[in-house]
Design a protein around this ligand. Structure first.
Ligand code: BDR
Ligand code: CA
Length: 311
């Protein structure tokens, strides 16, 4: 069983990732959920994280609010994809569970210090501000992390917020740079993978057919999220980015990738936040990440649907 902290900016796809983790208690223990500003401002991501815990029937999951803006830049949000609330689509009631008083960064530091070394996995699903702030404030904790499994970046698929950059890395490139240089073992789910995990009509129907509050809400969330990709790109459905992180923990055999060097562009305005991934090994820079390149889409959706049915 893995102990994890989910660091997130929900976001419909973040919400589905949280549901997948909470539906899998045999393999995953969610120590806490830390909210960060990203898709929408912090007040909304901290609220949405609690809405999702309650939807899962797990209001005992501790939720912490973290950083409300990137380390050195102004926040860029993505309401154009996720809607005004960040969780547009289903009608869900406001949470009644409390937000924890502790700051998310303190929770991350304290947890990494109090749990045995090498036992806590960090699962960042948004900009890396909380994680990098923890590593900066407490330089001892990066070495205590078991693994960081994050959604972010792109290589062949390049950018979704600029031509060069993926949203999570673009929003806080300085934070991403700190994390990729931290020495902690990193597994990356870039757009190259998540664009193979598309919610087609049949997959959306399978969520709805669960006929549970969770199944229907996930169908409605992915319906909303899909609208953007279908209208803008004429694609088969929306990429379900963030759940790939949790699916990796549950069934790594669905994925394949390479251990490579990844550097983050923090200087150039044109390519800010680009993940410069040395896929072909053309430099002698040491590998610092397992960069995933492919996923078995049918296997991923079968796993996801089967787990959501348990909630
Ligand atoms: C990432 O950006 C957000 O909009 C999604 O939640 C995902 O984490 C994809 O680029
Ligand atoms: Ca996200």
């Amino acid at each position: 069983q893995r102990k994890i902290i989910i660091d997130t900016d929900p976001g419909q796809d973040d919400a589905v990732a949280i549901l997948l983790a909470l539906a899998s208690p045999e393999e995953i223990e969610v120590l806490g959920i830390t909210a960060v500003a990203g898709n929408v401002p912090l007040a909304l991501t901290a609220k949405n994280a609690r809405i999702v815990c309650e939807l899962a029937g797990k209001p005992e999951t501790p939720v912490f609010a973290g950083c409300d803006s990137p380390m050195k830049r102004r926040l860029v949000t993505a309401e154009h994809v996720h809607g005004k609330t960040g969780l547009d689509g289903p009608v869900l009631s406001d949470p009644t569970m409390d937000l924890q008083e502790m700051h998310a960064v303190d929770f991350i530091i304290e947890t990494l210090r109090s749990e045995p070394e090498g036992t806590v996995t960090l699962c960042p699903l948004g900009p890396l501000t909380n994680i990098a702030t923890a590593f900066e404030r407490a330089p001892d904790v990066a070495a205590r992390v078991r693994e960081i499994v994050l959604m972010g970046g792109a290589y062949f698929e390049v950018g979704n917020i600029t031509p060069a950059a993926e949203f999570n890395i673009y929003v806080d490139p300085e934070a991403a740079d700190i994390v990729f240089k931290s020495g902690a073992p990193i597994t990356v789910m870039p757009l190259d993978v998540t664009h193979k995990a598309l919610v087609t009509k049949a997959r959306n129907d399978a969520f709805r057919a669960l006929a549970t509050p969770v199944g229907v809400a996930v169908a409605e969330m992915t319906d909303f999220f899909e609208r953007f990709d279908k209208e803008k790109y004429g694609s088969d459905g929306a990429p379900l980015h963030d759940p790939c992180v949790i699916a990796w923990l549950l069934k790594p055999e669905l994925f394949s990738g390479r251990k490579i060097n990844v550097e983050i562009e923090t200087g150039s305005e044109l390519t800010l936040g680009m993940t410069v991934a040395d896929w072909w090994g053309v430099t002698d820079r040491p590998a610092n990440a397992l960069f995933i390149g492919d996923v078995d889409g049918d296997g991923f959706f079968a796993l996801l649907t089967e787990r959501l049915a348990r909630l």
